[in-house]
Ligand binder design. Sequence first.
Ligand code: NAD
Length: 319
Amino acid sequence: MLFLVTGAAGFIGSQVCERLLEQGQQVRGIDSFTDYYPRNLKENNLEPSRASGNFQFVEDDVVKTDLDRLLEGVEVIIHLAAQAGVRASWGANFTVYTHNNILSTQALLEAAKAKETKRLVYASSSSVYGDTQDLPMREESACWPVSPYGVTKLAAEHLCGLYYRNFGVDTVSLRYFTVYGPRQRPDMAFHRFIKALLTGGEIRLFGDGGQSRDFTYVSDIVDATIAAATAENAAGQVFNIGGGARVTVNQVIGWLEDITGQKARVTRLAVAKGDVRDTHADTSRARAVLGFNPLYDLKKGLAAEAEWLERMLPSLKEA
Ligand SMILES: NC(=O)c1ccc[n+]([C@@H]2O[C@H](COP(=O)([O-])OP(=O)(O)OC[C@H]3O[C@@H](n4cnc5c(N)ncnc54)[C@H](O)[C@@H]3O)[C@@H](O)[C@H]2O)c1
């Protein structure tokens, strides 16, 4: 089967490509190497896939590329390309978010409609829910995003629903809850914390650290994403994908001190606009329909990320 993976050089996309290739699938990846974080990290992410004869790579922007050609022979689209990050989504940057998150999704849906692609899996986000105390978050809970990023992820999710209902484009949206593990983006908390601990830097912590997240290890995300590509009875639906390890940021810092053997120097900053206090996924729908069963223990996952980051330190310094 030929899969198209958008955002193929990114944290999650590169690992989806590798898993598909390991399973003997054909993969076409596209990525425009946006400048949100350094290209050398994305090139490193792509290296294992590029070594496979079953992998083709297109360097281009999903919005501007010839989608008719890109989708030639493609049976499943896994759409991960996006401008991620909550805090950078305010102000003039918003156009980057509308382009990479909303326009890219609409362009792919239009193209998929004409091609009769079998399925499009869209990477949505827990940030569509916003700041709620109605926990755990269920797929039918109200969605009131509190960041422009969340607004764009929700808009694209709605587009997936619209194209399913109006044109029968088979779409599945996955609301990922804070993903961590090797290759995590440099703007994300665990990456910044581990790097600070390993290099004697300071941890800049937004808020009091009592905020909690439902953290999800990247290989569990990859499992869910690939399961969603072919699962029966999933078309047109939305699924929460959360690891089930809900802890506070302060707890994580303590564990990272144990893992790295270093004492954290924490500078506390005001809560960032767009950050929510807590997230917690109800994953019963994903368990029932996708067979989702997150396997990773948070401490084990943190150790794996720290081990990767230590190996990557020379490239991170270059970056
Ligand atoms: N990492 C998380 O915790 C998390 C949580 C919820 C949802 N998500 C979603 O998962 C997806 C992947 O996130 P990630 O953390 O791997 O981010 P990432 O930034 O590492 O990967 C995204 C990739 O998409 C590429 N890209 C962006 N716009 C593009 C365009 N118009 N055309 C082609 N390529 C483009 C970027 O260059 C980048 O390599 C995103 O859709 C994100 O919104 C991630």
